[in-house]
Design a protein around this ligand. Structure first.
Ligand SMILES: O=P(O)(O)OP(=O)(O)OP(=O)(O)OC[C@H]1O[C@@H](n2cnc3c(O)ncnc32)[C@H](O)[C@@H]1O
Ligand SMILES: [Mg+2]
Length: 210
């Protein structure tokens, strides 16, 4: 089970995700089309309890609407000190419509309110707030009804002060100890080598190659 053409519809309206998928698929000679390439594609209700359930909802909705295979991504941030929140609510953590800046502000406010500050900022080292992970579930669906899901996880920690201008979403607050940088300070190539999305996609591609 694998896409039959070299153009793949990715069931997302998130331009940051679409950009990453384009870069991840490019070396394979694949072209990515996102829902932003379709005129007024209706918003899909993401009411699943898990990342995988929401990814399946999005992939199936796009297959139903367009009649072609689709890959969907449902992802988010899980913070230990917040008992895994915002989790599947990451996009609408601070309410709707989704707003990255408001979500980040709420994340830091919640961690401070709970006294989850572990260490003060020191010269050259950011204030580490709390262990966290990015999770990405991918779902690939075909018109015949077949589906396949994959998942990737990227571990890090939340930092109080936003750093970096690359990436999107929670990236400026997501610190990777192995780089000593936030996800938003990584180049696109660096992020695509280690991200939850890249890991999930590697798994999905291995399923396609089976
Ligand atoms: O549903 P689609 O249309 O794909 O777009 P979305 O932005 O609503 O995507 P999700 O429902 O999967 O919500 C994901 C949330 O987690 C955030 N997120 C996911 N991957 C991320 C990453 O690589 N870096 C930073 N934030 C990320 C993102 O900003 C959203 O707030
Ligand atoms: Mg969404």
């Amino acid at each position: 089970m694998r896409p039959a053409t070299k153009t793949l519809v990715v069931a997302t309206k998130n331009r940051g995700k679409a950009r990453e998928f384009s870069a991840l698929f490019e070396p394979l000679g694949w072209e990515v089309r996102s829902l932003n390439d379709y005129d007024r594609f209706p918003d899909i209700v993401e009411d699943g309890d898990t990342f995988a359930a929401n990814a399946l909802i999005k992939a199936r909705a796009v297959v139903a609407a367009l009649g072609v295979p689709a890959l969907a991504d449902d992802s988010g941030l899980c913070v230990d000190a917040l008992d895994g929140a915002p989790g599947v609510y990451s996009a609408r953590y601070a309410g709707e419509p989704a707003d990255d800046a408001a979500n980040n502000a709420k994340l830091i406010a919640e961690l401070k309110r709970r006294g989850a500050l572990l260490a003060p900022a020191e010269a050259g080292r950011p204030a580490l707030l709390s262990a966290a992970r990015f999770v990405c579930a991918l779902a690939y669906a075909e018109p015949g009804g077949r589906v396949r899901t994959a998942e990737g996880v990227c571990a890090g920690a939340i930092v109080a002060d936003a750093r970096g201008a690359n990436g999107f979403g929670y990236d400026p607050h997501f610190y990777l100890p192995e780089f000593g940088l936030t996800m938003a300070e990584l180049t696109a190539e660096q992020k695509n080598a280690v991200s939850h999305r890249a890991q999930a996609l590697r798994q999905m591609i291995s399923f396609w190659e089976e």
